[in-house]
Design a binder for this molecule. Structure first.
Ligand SMILES: *Cc1c(COP(=O)(O)O)cnc(C)c1O
Length: 417
């Protein structure tokens, strides 16, 4: 894999903003086309039988333009991987068919049977369920869930020689708790534990690898795709981990086979260049909405790390890349499920402010009452301990339309509450 080349570039560009790094990986197409070419072959030929044998022995590979089979590596998908690695500031990256396949493959690479994971208790529901049920049952890999802001608790939960992964999301969803990536990385590394961060919520805003994380995983299905039309993911990290993951003879990516189709990789590659602009738009709009909402109703509970009263406001500010802001998701607490639902119904069906829907990163605003949707399987005690109040409405802020138009749609619905 061409990881070494990317590494040289990144090493000398430590202070360069994420968007500059992402742009640095532009690849021209085969006939000098300004876009990368699509290599639609799933199998590749060799100049002679000796070359074929050397490819299987790993003596030649992508660096010398040699490919074997697209479940292993495909040039177009690899190009997208280079773009995403550049964006995250990691040596290399592998693109997968979904965020979940990226995440599960990382666990299976870094943990063996009998292994142990320490994970934040507020993480994506699919990941939480995999760690709680699937990995213990199928692989005897167990997890201790911790309050990620309690560094002492995290430290105590990691068992030297047994724990191999510390896993968290830098901004948790929907509670918007911010994790201290540099401190958590220090604590984990002192015990020989690898830090794996799911950066789906904050691409471009945060660069976890530059802050100490070993591996960064993404669901491309959200912000990176930006159109709510694609399911895809990526694993970003050092070559010694990522290359092992797609090793012909032992890598989980080879055996589980969550490969990304090169036609899809091509499509995603064209969205990376404007991800930076989109993220800035999402962040700016979210900040504007929460500011106006606090003015509109000073008693309204608004949850957003961009607000000075948010407990980790200055922490997030200290970690985030310049000019990005605090993310595109905020929550308001309508106190009861009834009021939360009434507000969402009005916002969607009366004033056309946004759509009810899970997921985030779309150009229109998406709304969900977490306690009645994504977190409905938790009992009321679990919800309370996770900070999910019954009336919590999560907004994934879109950027289309003028702010004035959208704000008037919001205030019309809110005034009828
Ligand atoms: C959606 C999501 C995932 C899962 O990604 P898929 O692409 O749906 O498999 C993982 N982590 C986070 C934070 C997500 O939001």
């Amino acid at each position: 894999m061409d990881g070494k080349t990317a590494n040289v570039e990144i090493e000398s560009k430590k202070e360069v903003p994420a968007e500059a790094l992402a742009a640095a990986r532009h690849e021209l197409g085969e006939h000098n086309g300004i876009n990368m070419s699509i290599e639609a072959s799933n199998t590749f030929t060799f100049k002679d039988s000796d070359a074929m044998n050397r490819a299987f022995l790993g003596e030649v590979g992508p660096k010398t333009g040699i490919y074997i089979y697209s479940r292993h590596l495909n040039p177009t998908t690899l190009n997208l991987g280079r773009q995403i690695a550049a964006m995250e500031g990691t040596e290399t990256a592998y693109c997968t068919a979904s965020g979940m396949s990226a995440i599960s493959s990382v666990f299976l690479q870094l943990c063996n049977t009998g292994g142990h994971v320490v994970a934040a208790k507020t993480i994506y529901g699919g990941t939480h369920a995999m760690l709680t049920h699937f990995l213990p049952q199928k692989c005897n890999i167990t997890t201790t869930f911790v309050d990620i802001v309690d560094l002492e608790e995290v430290d105590k939960a990691m068992i030297e020689g047994k724990t191999s992964v510390l896993y968290f999301e830098p901004i948790s969803n929907p509670t918007l708790i911010v994790a201290n990536i540099p401190e958590l990385s220090k604590i984990a590394h002192a015990k020989g534990v690898k830090v794996v961060v799911d950066n789906t919520f904050s691409p471009m805003i945060l660069s976890p690898a530059k802050l100490g994380a070993d591996v960064v995983v993404h669901s491309i299905s959200k912000y990176i795709s930006g159109e709510a039309d694609i399911i895809a993911g990526a694993v970003c990290g050092p070559a010694d981990i990522v290359d092992q993951m797609r090793d012909l003879h032992g890598g989980p990516l080879m055996f589980l086979g969550p490969t990304m189709n090169p036609k899809l990789a091509f499509e995603i590659s064209g969205r990376i260049p404007h991800l930076s602009m989109r993220m800035k738009k999402h962040c700016k709009r979210a900040m504007k909405y929460v500011t106006k909402m606090k003015e509109l109703d000073p008693n309204l509970d608004v949850l957003y790390p961009g607000l000075k009263e948010h407990p980790q406001h200055s922490l997030l500010k200290s970690m985030s890349n310049k000019d990005y802001g605090f993310g595109g998701v905020f929550c308001i607490d309508m106190k009861t499920e009834g009021r939360a639902c009434r507000l969402m119904d009005k916002l969607q069906n009366n004033t056309k402010f946004g759509f009810m829907g899970v997921s985030f990163g779309y150009y229109e605003t998406l709304m969900t009452c977490s306690s009645r949707s994504t977190n409905s399987m938790m009992d009321s005690k679990e919800k309370e301990s996770a900070g999910i109040s019954p009336g919590l409405v999560r907004f994934s802020v879109g950027y289309v339309g003028t702010f004035e138009q959208k704000w008037s749609q919001f205030t019309r619905a809110y005034s009828e509450m």
